[in-house]
Design a binder for this molecule. Structure first.
Ligand SMILES: *[C@@H]1O[C@H](CO)[C@@H](O)[C@H](O)[C@H]1NC(C)=O
Ligand SMILES: *[C@@H]1O[C@H](CO)[C@@H](O)[C@H](O)[C@H]1NC(C)=O
Length: 877
């Protein structure tokens, strides 16, 4: 009998032993009820420049943390946590700040087998920053002793925590995919975004019985602009907790559950997640309101500062504050007498701000009675069109306006382009698509209007609208126009199709583009053909498709400019991509009929070139110049400035030129018979960040051209485009383990002054054109935090003023000769880092600034051999 009982007991004992090992692997000794342990706590926080981390700015917090277990069973404990003697010191230096007394008030945390299930505060004691800090400390007591993947909440968010043991007492925890509300706003274009690199981990040591001895937790964050690998800020926080070794007795609570204690003590329960009030009461620039800030920046916004970095930097200062401004203040600025001279820039500002208040303020200026009024109205609409924070209400209002009749065709056109572009950007926002209600409404409006057009001018306007909307559902309509409409409409439709992402072109579309390029069933305008070719080449033809394209060179097609254009584009692609170059060489060499001088050196002046515009240490950008010529003069030309990051690119600015009927003045070429009876016209088409604007016509009709030629009105440099627009426009928050919430922001702006001059002499049979573009670019960012202990920030910026001169000389006294020159004067880039800290309880922020100036060489872009020959020829005359 006795032995049976003994056996039974032994069995039960070993069973309970196994169970307890399984259930609570070694927490056995952690948090004994009725005892309190003291820990040394230190948190070192610093921020700096990612490129040079030798200089740090930040602060150190020290405190003693008492952790008493006031209630508990085997698995669950109620911890009473008391912070005492907190102090804060700056890095570098020994400036001492003061700490809010309410930090010392104890708070509670419920602990269950290594997990913290909640925290409890006395009501109306600590502010949100105090509680966030306390949550950060409580979270240090959250740890597991079995390797594996856990989900844990702490001030960093809801994270995946992976535990790896190095020994029975030493562990490593790495946290990833922490979810918190980042309130992220970012541009859709990859090169204009910013990135966040994060590493979060902890190393800890426990006693053989599983009680926490030491915890070192670290967060490291790097915030970088995509365009400038070197430009960014980092934040690092290391929290270290180490047991002092003395154990004291502490009073315990006799209640039956934690809930009862919470009720008894009248505590407020909370989670470990933080919910910071992010929008700080005031923002940078000494916390000025929009009116003061505007007064300070006014001098940088004058007309003569357009195209300078002062104006791009001023816009960046104003926009964040402008987004919080009231309608009355914005209106006051706009209506001030002293604003008259800089109203254009104010319209840029309101368009960049993109709030309802800014829209209401700007609407009072949307008039077109005079040329000046029209200019201002268009400035606003064009700025709004490239803004990356479109709002539904504003789109609805634009749609409403677009439905009305406007007596100014220019205003009506610009309004449609603004509506279409804003809607396209709205469709890209997270949670939206081309099926979103308001987007569908705008698409229906544009397509219905287009179908109702009776005149070509009307069609161009709405086709351009579809170009800016870039909705895949309109491609069938555009393709039909490209294939069937009269020549000029077909070209406009092809231009629109060229703007779409190449990923939507399936085999069916590809064969239609081939139909146009090869003129399978009917002749097409040469521009429609070169545009179709652009798309076919963007689609990365394989070797057999490439051989097929090359057949055009051998064919008896008389359009030698199209052949020249093809050859130029192939050479351009080959220069960019070695694999394509190899394919091209193979295709040519394998065909003896192809590989000869007559075929490979067609006559014609069309060119396609790609040249670097900017490289390290600045951003990577290139210029692509495509010039389709006809009868010795330009027919369709574009110079595109593209920002490049890795394999992604985005257009910053495109200067397009078009001319029709001009060749009649220059030569009588057999190729142009179909253009002979055409209207004479020339103009410019600009696209800002991918948004095409209404064309700017230089002249229309032979009479007007002759007028220009004789009177010389076109011979003065005339501003063609002036504006300041936003580039980067990103914002997000980051939650750190110590309860701090980081504010991350990247902003950029570009100020452009483009002016042009054309002179033409029918006597001398020559023409010259000069286009000068002055650009100011500011790309900036900041990382800041505002905690219980300090306000800490690092701001960085890269500022430069690249310029671009494009001249061309055309001589048509004999065989037409065209000489183009593309020049970039040397310039500088200034990179600046500013770190500031203001410790709590002190008055003066400490600011440290470092700046570096890089000299960037000027460039004279070698165009091509043929161009050089012709420049020499023209120079000799
Ligand atoms: C980093 O900054 C420090 C202090 O401004 C300077 O002395 C050092 O040369 C810099 N290092 C690099 C690599 O730029
Ligand atoms: C810029 O181009 C250089 C050289 O091709 C490359 O090493 C660098 O990574 C590029 N920078 C960016 C931001 O893409």
């Amino acid at each position: 009998m006795m032995t049976e009982i003994k056996l039974c007991l032994m069995f039960l004992f070993s069973l309970s032993f196994i169970v307890s090992v399984y259930m609570a692997p070694a927490f056995g000794d952690a948090f004994h009820v009725g005892t309190e342990e003291k820990f040394d706590f230190i948190n070192v926080v610093h921020v700096g420049n990612t490129k040079n981390a030798t200089v740090q700015t930040g602060y150190t917090i020290r405190a003693t943390i008492g952790v008493g277990t006031v209630w508990g069973d085997d698995e669950t404990k109620l911890l009473k946590i008391t912070i005492s003697n907190p102090s804060v010191k700056s890095i570098p230096g020994d400036a001492v700040g003061s700490v809010d007394d309410s930090v010392n008030t104890p708070f509670y945390a419920s602990w269950n087998l290594g997990r913290l299930q909640g925290v409890y505060f006395y009501p109306n004691v600590g502010s949100i920053p105090v509680q966030s800090f306390q949550k950060g400390i409580a979270a240090l007591f959250q740890y597991q002793l079995l390797d594996g993947l856990y989900e844990e909440d702490d001030p960093s968010g809801r994270c995946k925590a992976k535990y790896i043991s190095h020994s029975s007492t030493r562990y490593h925890k790495s946290k990833s995919d922490c979810y918190f509300n980042a309130n992220r706003i970012e541009r859709a274009e990859y090169p204009l975004r910013s990135s966040l690199k994060v590493s979060r981990s902890a190393d800890f040591t426990v006693s053989p019985e599983g009680a926490l001895q030491k915890m070192v937790s670290q967060d490291y964050v790097k915030y970088l602009l995509h365009v400038h690998e070197q430009l960014g800020a980092y934040y690092e926080s290391v929290m270290r907790l180490e047991v002092e070794g003395t154990v004291q007795k502490i009073d315990i609570h006799r209640s039956s559950s934690i809930q009862d204690i919470v009720k008894e003590l009248n505590l407020v329960s909370d989670t470990l997640l933080i919910d910071p009030e992010i929008s700080p009461k005031c923002e940078g620039s000494g916390c000025l309101g929009i009116i003061e800030l505007f007064k300070q920046n006014k001098k940088h916004l004058s007309n003569d500062k357009i195209g300078s970095a002062q104006s791009s930097s001023a816009l960046l200062e104003l926009v964040p504050v402008g987004r919080k401004a009231y309608l009355e203040d914005l209106t006051r600025i706009l209506k001030a007498k002293s604003s008259v001279e800089l109203k254009g820039q104010l319209m840029d500002f309101l368009g960049a701000v993109q709030t309802i208040s800014a829209h209401k303020a700007a609407k009072s200026e949307l008039k077109y009675g005079s040329d000046e009024e029209l200019l201002l109205a268009e400035r606003y609409l064009q700025a709004l069109a490239v803004g990356s924070r479109p709002q539904k209400e504003i789109i609805e209002d634009l749609l409403e306006m677009a439905r009305e009749q406007h007596t100014s065709p220019k205003f009506a056109d610009t309004l449609i382009q603004c509506l279409a572009s804003t809607t396209q950007r709205y469709a890209q926002l997270e949670g939206n698509s081309y099926d979103t209600d308001v987007v569908v409404k705008v698409r229906t409006f544009l397509t219905t209007k287009l179908k109702a057009c009776s005149e070509e001018a009307c069609m161009f306007q709405y086709i351009r609208g579809l170009h800016n909307l870039r909705c895949p559902k309109t491609t069938d309509l555009l393709m039909k126009l490209a294939l069937e409409a009269p020549r000029l409409v077909s070209v406009a439709a092809m231009k629109a199709l060229r703007a779409f992402s190449i990923y939507i072109w399936n085999d069916d579309f590809r064969s239609k583009f081939e139909e146009i390029f090869f003129q399978v069933s009917k002749p097409y305008d040469s521009s429609a053909r070169t545009l179709a070719l652009d798309i076919l080449l963007d689609l990365k033809p394989d070797s057999s498709e490439l051989s097929h394209l090359l057949q055009v060179l051998k064919s008896n097609d008389k359009a030698f400019e199209v052949k020249q254009y093809l050859l130029q584009k192939l050479r351009m692609s080959a220069a960019k991509c070695p694999a394509f170059a190899a394919d091209l060489r193979r295709a040519i060499e394998s065909d003896p009929a192809m590989n000869n001088y007559d075929v490979l050196v067609p006559k014609g002046l069309s060119t396609a070139l790609r040249r670097p515009f900017s490289t390290l240490p600045s951003f990577n950008a290139s210029l692509t110049s495509l010039q389709e010529m006809s009868g010795g003069v330009l027919k369709r030309g574009s110079v595109d400035l593209t920002l490049e990051v890795a394999d992604e690119s985005t257009s910053l600015f495109t200067l397009g030129l078009y001319a029709r009927g001009l060749s009649a003045f220059v030569s009588s070429n057999e190729e142009d018979s179909n253009e002979a009876e055409e209207d004479t016209t020339a103009g410019m088409e600009l696209a800002i960040q991918g948004t095409v604007m209404r064309p700017l016509e230089f002249f229309s009709g032979k009479g007007e051209l002759m007028g220009h030629v004789w009177s010389g009105t076109a011979s003065e440099p005339t501003p063609a485009y002036q504006a300041i627009t936003l580039l980067q426009d990103n914002e997000e928050h980051f939650h750190s383990h110590n309860g701090a919430a980081l504010n991350l922001r990247a902003n950029g702006a570009i100020s452009i002054d483009l002016n042009g001059q054309v002179t033409m002499s029918l006597w001398g049979r020559n023409a010259q054109s000069k286009v000068e573009q002055n650009i100011g670019i500011t790309m900036a960012g900041q990382l800041s935090l505002d905690t219980l202990f300090a306000k800490l920030a690092v701001r960085f910026s890269a500022i430069q003023e690249p310029r671009l001169h494009l001249t061309s000389a055309l001589d048509f006294s004999g065989d037409p000769a065209l000489c183009m020159q593309l020049l970039q004067p040397k310039n500088q880039m200034k990179v600046e880092f500013v770190r500031t800290i203001l410790l709590a309880g002190t008055k003066q922020p400490v600011e440290r600034k470092t700046s570096t100036t890089y000299n960037l060489n000027g460039l004279t872009h070698a165009l091509n051999r043929k161009n050089n020959e012709m420049c020499n020829l023209i120079a000799k005359k």
